[in-house]
Design a protein around this ligand. Structure first.
Ligand code: GLA
Length: 696
């Protein structure tokens, strides 16, 4: 191909459906989740060589290599082996394990072992152990028993992380780092020092007590503080302002806890080594947006527990994780069949884990690791799922992992430099989530379920969704849906209004625009600073004890759990749904209002709608916003995902239905798993997967 022709050809490709990508993202640096010199998508395991005699390691690694596994995550619980006594480090064994893995073409992600401080440490320095809300210090013997606020504990963490970084920061086979393990799932420490730190943090933020007292309306119930030292750590229900700040302080604590280790690793490690943390889906102990800022990329641990994978719920959690940094991510852990910690630890069906692994890739994961390689002979997780049993030979699931890993290797070239690109965004806000959790008003209110309902309705239409912070840049989206922005201060309202003014379509769910950043009620009706743009407001909200009828442009159905009585204030408003006969107050009142504003539109949905109405609402909003599906029609039960790279797009199809499905492609594409150029996927069996590369 001549250079001129090459340029013309590239321009033609750029003008195709991937144009938005090539204009905005193609020039960016390589996706940091894809490791230079390695396959673009990888599969691995959590491996614990410290639990086994060294003479066994080679056999483990041989079995991993035979299964096409390319990554081990290693050492994240091995502190007692890495620092057997205070200040005496032994990293030689870990270096031998890492180097032996390299011999088998397996790269290592080193975990800092700070979720499991050794007994000598907690015995000699009991102040490093967490204090529970009831005042008891936790005993040694589980994990996550240390206090994240303890300066002494952080010193120990920094020292061990530094020793590891000095030793492995230049090891060519160490590709990256995981800080700690699933931090934050254990509670904060409720000791005096933590309380003092919280008070100092509040002082730095509010400057004066008058300011704090005013924002928290402490005149209510004589909560007024005359001295910073009077402010408690909230335990149980408390002042909503105080409760929200405690969550933010918790976020700041884990951010600095993490940074303490990042700083020392970065000091010694080569820049090519990534730093990540394994997060936990909807876990809400801290705000994930600030926490992930200083990570190279986000990772999460994807577990089903009891039952079977719900593709919408799991897809949403992948997209939530991708949205933390608006970059691809890793699935640092996933279940090899079964776990040991859920109410009923059933095994995933044959093929289900493979389907899940491919779903992860479709949604932007560049690595999937099974937890764990082999059953430890003792310890709390003796009977968790594995690839290799206590006898050291593969269990049946090993073959499914090996098949999937082989497929990853076969299809990886299609995924190089690709990531999902969406026209639709769902907005997420931890402040709003917490505010709603603190004051649910009905035990049935669950903003995460509502988010999932929106996702479930919208995803089959757009076939790609970003889940991002409410403060994320929005201009690239045709449709932005914010199901639960309860905390909606002026700066956020301005950000959203700018999006609408520029031509976007903003859809708000119930309970929007009620609170300011201090979790105080806004002195306006909902949706607060957006009332003028919407030309309507919420007159009154109602927690519902039973479903009420609603009907209008989207058909008829039921409102459940929550309903808001809207009032139109502007002739430009269009009422899309009204309540039927219900509690008298809501009878014949507007439930959904939309209005043109600037070059765009703003829509308010004041109730939780049943599935049929949600589906109709999703159809309406995507049509109104001219959202196009990333591929086109696929049969019910089949999920399609798309990743886009310079001059190409790659589709991942997973069949979750119980029957075979046939998929017609808009034009022939290369099916990566069987190597054929085809215009259709003729038979996708239950849990079947197909990968189609479109590089026309
Ligand atoms: C979590 C932890 C792992 C392991 C698994 C078991 O994700 O990070 O160490 O305990 O759960 O499912």
């Amino acid at each position: 191909m001549s250079p001129t022709f090459r340029v013309v050809w590239f321009l033609i490709l750029s003008l195709s459906s991937t144009a938005a990508y090539t204009q905005t993202r193609a020039q960016q640096s390589p996706i940091p989740t894809q490791l230079p010199g390695q396959n673009a998508i990888l599969m691995g395991v959590a491996w614990y060589p410290e639990q086994w005699p060294e003479s066994r390691w080679e056999e483990d690694l041989r079995l991993m290599e035979a299964a096409d596994l390319k990554v081990v995550r290693i050492a994240e619980f091995a502190w007692s082996r890495l620092e057997p006594s205070e200040g005496h480090y032994d990293l030689d064994w870990l270096e031998r394990a890492i180097n032996l893995a390299a011999k088998h073409h397996i790269v290592s992600v080193v975990g800092t072992p700070t979720a499991t401080p050794p007994a000598w440490l907690t015995q000699k320095y009991p102040d490093t152990l967490r204090v529970e809300p009831d005042g008891q210090r936790v005993a040694h013997g589980n994990r996550a028993h240390a206090s994240a606020t303890s300066t002494r504990y952080r010193d120990f963490c920094r020292r061990i992380a530094e020793q590891m970084a000095i030793r492995f920061g230049h090891n060519p086979n160490v590709v990256g780092w995981q800080i700690d393990n699933e931090y934050g799932y254990a509670q904060m420490s409720y000791d005096d020092d933590t309380r003092k730190q919280f008070q100092d943090w509040l002082k730095a933020k509010y400057k004066t007590l008058d300011n704090l007292n005013s924002h928290w309306t402490t005149a209510y119930w004589s909560q007024t503080y005359d001295n910073w030292a009077e402010i408690p750590i909230p335990i149980g229900p408390h002042n909503p302002g105080l409760m929200l700040e405690w969550k933010r302080f918790t976020t700041a604590t884990w951010t600095s806890y993490q940074q303490n280790q990042i700083d020392v690793i970065r000091k010694h490690a080569e820049p090519r080594q990534f730093i990540t943390g394994n997060l936990m889906g909807f876990f809400d102990g801290f705000d994930h947006y600030p926490i992930t800022e200083s990570l190279t990329f986000a990772s999460w641990d994807d577990y089903v527990g009891t039952g079977h994978v719900d593709p919408a719920e799991n897809g949403l959690l992948h997209d939530l994780t991708r949205g933390f940094k608006r970059e691809n991510f890793w699935v640092m852990e996933t279940q090899p069949g079964a776990v040991n910690w859920s109410p009923l630890n059933n095994f995933l069906n044959r093929g289900e884990a493979r389907a899940m692994a491919w779903q992860a890739i479709g949604h932007g994961a560049d690595d999937v690791n099974y937890w764990q390689w082999r059953s430890a002979l003792n310890g709390q997780e003796e009977i968790h799922g594995v690839l290799v049993g206590p006898d050291g030979t593969p269990v049946p699931f090993y073959d499914e992992a090996a098949q999937t890993a082989r497929e990853f290797a076969k299809a990886e070239s299609a995924f190089r430099g690709t990531q999902p690109i969406s026209e639709v965004a769902l907005l997420y806000s931890y402040d709003s989530h917490w505010a709603l959790q603190f004051q649910k008003h009905t035990k049935n209110y669950d903003d995460n379920r509502l988010l999932t309902n929106y996702y479930r309705a919208l995803r089959p239409i757009s076939q790609s969704i970003d889940v991002v912070s409410a403060y994320a840049p929005l201009d690239d989206y045709k449709l932005v849906v914010a199901p639960s922005l309860n905390v909606l201060p002026k700066d956020l309202a301005d950000h959203l209004l700018a999006y609408v003014r520029n031509g976007g379509h903003l859809v708000l769910g119930p309970r929007s625009g009620m609170k300011d950043e201090f979790n105080a009620l806004l002195p306006q009706r909902q949706p607060g600073f957006l009332v003028d743009a919407l030309g309507a407001r919420v007159e009154q909200y109602y927690a519902l004890e039973k479903d009420f009828p609603v009907a209008g442009a989207w058909g008829s159905g039921q409102a459940s759990i929550w309903a808001e009585q809207l009032k139109s204030l502007s002739p430009g408003d269009e009422v899309l749904l009204k309540y039927g006969k219900s509690n008298g107050w809501l009878d014949d009142q507007p439930a959904v209002i939309t209005r043109a504003y600037g070059k765009g539109h703003i829509t308010y949905i004041g109730a939780e709608l049943d599935d049929k109405l949600m589906a109709a609402a999703a159809q309406w909003m995507t049509q109104k916003s001219a959202v196009t599906p990333v591929l086109g029609p696929v049969p019910d039960g089949v999920e399609v995902s798309r990743r886009v790279g310079p001059g190409k797009q790659v589709f991942v199809f997973v069949n979750y239905a119980a029957e075979n499905k046939r998929i017609t492609l808009p034009h022939p594409m290369k099916l990566m798993l069987d190597g054929q150029q085809q215009g259709s996927i003729d038979l996708l069996p239950p849990y079947g997967v197909a990968i189609a590369l479109d590089n026309r």
